[in-house]
Design a binder for this molecule. Structure first.
Ligand SMILES: [Zn+2]
Length: 156
C-alpha cells in the first residue's frame, strides 16, 4: 500500500482488527520512509456498480469519491470517524443490494442525503446544497422540514 504522504510503496501493517461489525478490516499502517501513519479499510467488493449520470454518461462507481463528498459535508462536525465509515459502508451496501448494476446518480444523492439527515442536520444541508440545483427552493425547504425531526431525535 502506497504511503499517502511520501509515495513510498513499502509500508508496514502495524495492527489489523475487525471494524464496522466485521464487514471491514481496519489496518494501521506505518511508513518507514517518512514516519507517516495511516489507516486503511479492507472490504468485500460485492459487485461493480455503474453510475448513470443525468446526461446519460456512465462511470464506474467510486467508493472513495462518495466517501470524500460525505467527509467534506461532515467536516468539523462532532461525528466520530468510525461512525462516518460505518455510514459510508451502509450506503454502499444499500446500493449493492438494489439488485441492479446501473444506479442513477440522483438515487445515490438521495440515499446519501437520507443517511446524512439521520446523523447530522448541518452536514445534510451542506451536502444537499451542493448536490441539489435549487431549481425548486420550496420543495427543498419541505424536504428539510420533513427530515429535521428525525435528525434531532437522534442527537446524542
Ligand atoms: Zn511515507
Amino acid at each position: 500500500m502506497r504511503c499517502p504522504f511520501c509515495g513510498n510503496t513499502e509500508t508496514q501493517v502495524k495492527d489489523s482488527r475487525p471494524a464496522e461489525d466485521h464487514v471491514a478490516i481496519r489496518r494501521r499502517r506505518f511508513c518507514p520512509a517518512c514516519g507517516g501513519r495511516f489507516t486503511t479499510y479492507e472490504r468485500v467488493q460485492l459487485r461493480d456498480l455503474v453510475v448513470v449520470k443525468k446526461n446519460g454518461r456512465r462511470e464506474d462507481f467510486d467508493r472513495d469519491k462518495l466517501a470524500r463528498s460525505i467527509r467534506i459535508a461532515l467536516q468539523k462536525r462532532p461525528i466520530e470517524i468510525e461512525r462516518i465509515e460505518q455510514m459510508i459502508s451502509g450506503i454502499v451496501r444499500r446500493l449493492e443490494s438494489k439488485g441492479d448494476v446501473d444506479i442513477a446518480s440522483d438515487e445515490i444523492g438521495q440515499i446519501v442525503m437520507e443517511a446524512l439527515a439521520r446523523i447530522d442536520t448541518v452536514a445534510y444541508v451542506r451536502f444537499a446544497s451542493v448536490y441539489k440545483n435549487f431549481q425548486e427552493a420550496d420543495d427543498f425547504e419541505e424536504f428539510v422540514a420533513e427530515l429535521r425531526p428525525v435528525a434531532k431525535g437522534e442527537e446524542p
